[in-house]
Design a binder for this molecule. Structure first.
Ligand code: ADP
Length: 158
């Protein structure tokens, strides 16, 4: 119960992801945040870039570790000794996908629980893809991502 896994694509990490991570780090003794190697999404940032940004922004949280994962989330949870998978829920649009994932993960590994943290209201509509889109259109993304991530997005666009 003491270790939780927070898996995702993190392409790139936003203030919404960080909010979930900070809150999870207050609930669990140890939180492993893992960026997926192969995602169902086409990524704008490489795995190494996504991990490096996660390490930079999660560095101040002493009980958080960053690592890559490939394959099944439940196998990753077992490998790191996590009995809990943490996911964030924003709007109802997240629900179907998260419900399906949680149900299938429970079928695969009944001993691993998925726990949802409801996104803080200011982050309900925040997603990595929207942030990238706003940046590509010349918009100010400083309120959505940490400064290091803002720099990385702007460099990527050049
Ligand atoms: P995935 O491709 O696995 O959904 P994401 O990086 O998009 O990976 O999201 C990882 C987790 O973080 C998901 O549970 C998602 O719902 C959650 N999340 C994403 N953006 C936010 C946000 N703005 N606030 C809270 N949770 C979020």
């Amino acid at each position: 119960m003491a270790t939780a896994l927070y898996p995702g694509t993190f392409d790139p990490v936003t203030n919404g992801h960080l909010d979930i991570l900070q809150r999870a780090s207050r609930v669990f003794e140890r939180v492993v945040v893992s960026a997926s190697e192969a995602s169902h999404k086409t990524c704008a940032f490489s795995l190494e870039e996504r991990l490096s940004l996660l390490r930079t922004v999660a560095g101040q949280l002493p009980n958080v570790e960053v690592m890559p994962f490939k394959g099944l989330v439940v196998e990753c949870a077992r490998q790191v000794g996590a009995g809990i998978i943490v996911r964030g829920l924003r709007q109802t649009t997240d629900f179907d996908y998260e419900f399906a994932m949680a149900t299938m993960n429970t079928r695969l590994a009944p001993d691993i629980e998925t726990l949802f943290l409801v996104a803080s209201s200011q982050y309900h509509y925040l997603s990595s893809s929207l942030v990238r889109e706003i940046a590509a259109l010349g918009g100010d993304i400083s309120q959505f991502v940490p400064p290091e991530v803002e720099d990385a997005i702007i460099s990527k666009l050049k």
